[in-house]
Design a protein around this ligand. Structure first.
Ligand SMILES: [Ca+2]
Length: 340
């Protein structure tokens, strides 16, 4: 082997290895299927959470996801019962439901979509008090999972996650919350923030919790920011689909879309995008920008591209294409024989 060829070979191998390392060490890739997922939602004010939980169950029906628990980060009186309606509708009434305890945001839904579905669809849990304490449930669930195996998808306030970080060891695990998360969680995917800077609802409603999570969360965080879901309007094909009957998903979108002129082309799909990239991966749909999200005491946020452990989505395919994809998943119905 002559010297020139040898040098070229070494160079090519070095480039290949570097490329493999960079690709494999981002920390923002999806987990192996079926992914172990905890879903944390502010069921109450907006109804894109209904779209998000529909995608989650659709992915579970396709074998991509094992849903470990569904958590409410809102103290809205209907949070637990409304989550239970959707878990039950999709044939998973046994999924544990936790709801935030202590100081928490409790914004209601002015369209009364939660009241509406609670009246019309089966569910076991009638009040938040009947649900588990979200913090206790987080610790119980995480403690028994394999290390580095859990993906948390948060589409609401970060109150439960801040409470988890600040928790001491208990009967489920000797580790404090930060250590427990570090050992058991592989990735947090969060619909939160506005990038590169601005004010966004989920971060701004509980700024103390947002600051705690941004500064102390020990695993990678992938954000779907306000600017991503804002351009994706979904729900019109769902409410026009006459094949879908007696569906709480269709009922919520049918009730809410006409109540807001902003929704006339469909509801903006913030929460659905977080579930989608968490489960399907971002690579074919978005680029990412790595860095760090910092939150001010007034709830506003800004991006510092110097960080490495956080990333936010950057648009790649046209929002209209993502809209088509999410619209299909929104029309997912329970597998035959599963809905009560
Ligand atoms: Ca939400």
């Amino acid at each position: 082997m002559n010297g020139l060829f040898k040098h070229a070979l070494v160079y090519c191998l070095a480039v290949l290895l570097t490329s493999l390392c960079v690709h494999g060490q981002t920390g923002f890739d999806r987990g192996a299927y079926p992914m172990h997922v905890v879903f944390d939602t502010d069921f109450g004010p907006d109804y894109d959470d209904v779209g998000a939980i529909t995608l989650l169950h659709g992915f579970a029906d396709s074998g991509y996801v094992d849903i470990l628990a569904t958590m409410g980060s809102s103290a809205h009186k209907n949070a637990a019962a409304a989550i239970d309606v959707f878990n039950t509708y999709f044939g998973r009434s046994t999924i544990p439901i936790g709801v935030v305890r202590g100081p928490a945001v409790g914004l209601g839904d002015k369209q009364h979509w939660t009241d509406s579905i609670i009246r019309r669809y089966p569910h076991q849990i009638q009040s938040n008090q009947e649900a588990e304490d979200a913090l206790v449930l987080y610790r119980k669930i995480l403690s028994i999972q394999p290390d580095q195996s859990v993906t948390i998808i948060s589409v609401g306030f970060l109150t439960n996650l801040a409470n988890l970080l600040q928790s001491p060891g208990d009967q489920y695990s000797p580790w404090n919350g930060e250590e427990l998360v570090k050992r058991k969680v592989r990735l947090l995917v969060s619909m939160a923030g506005r990038f590169p800077s601005g004010t966004e609802f989920n971060l701004a409603q509980d700024p103390g919790a947002s600051i705690k999570v941004m500064t102390s969360w020990p695993t990678p965080i992938l954000f779907s920011g306000f600017e991503i879901g804002q351009k994706i309007k979904t729900g019109l094909p769902l409410i026009a689909n006459e094949q879908i009957r007696k569906s709480p998903v269709k009922d919520v979108f049918t009730l809410c879309i006409p109540l807001n002129i902003q929704d006339s082309a469909g509801r903006m799909s913030w929460d659905e995008t977080a579930v989608f990239v968490a489960i399907k991966g971002w690579q074919h749909f978005y680029d990412i920008q790595t860095g760090h999200c910092s939150v001010e005491s007034n709830g506003s946020n800004q991006w510092d591209s110097a960080g490495k452990n956080q990333a936010h989505l950057v648009e790649k395919i046209p929002p209209e294409k993502m809209q088509e994809i999410i619209n299909v998943w929104l029309q997912h119905q329970p597998l035959p024989g599963k809905s009560p």
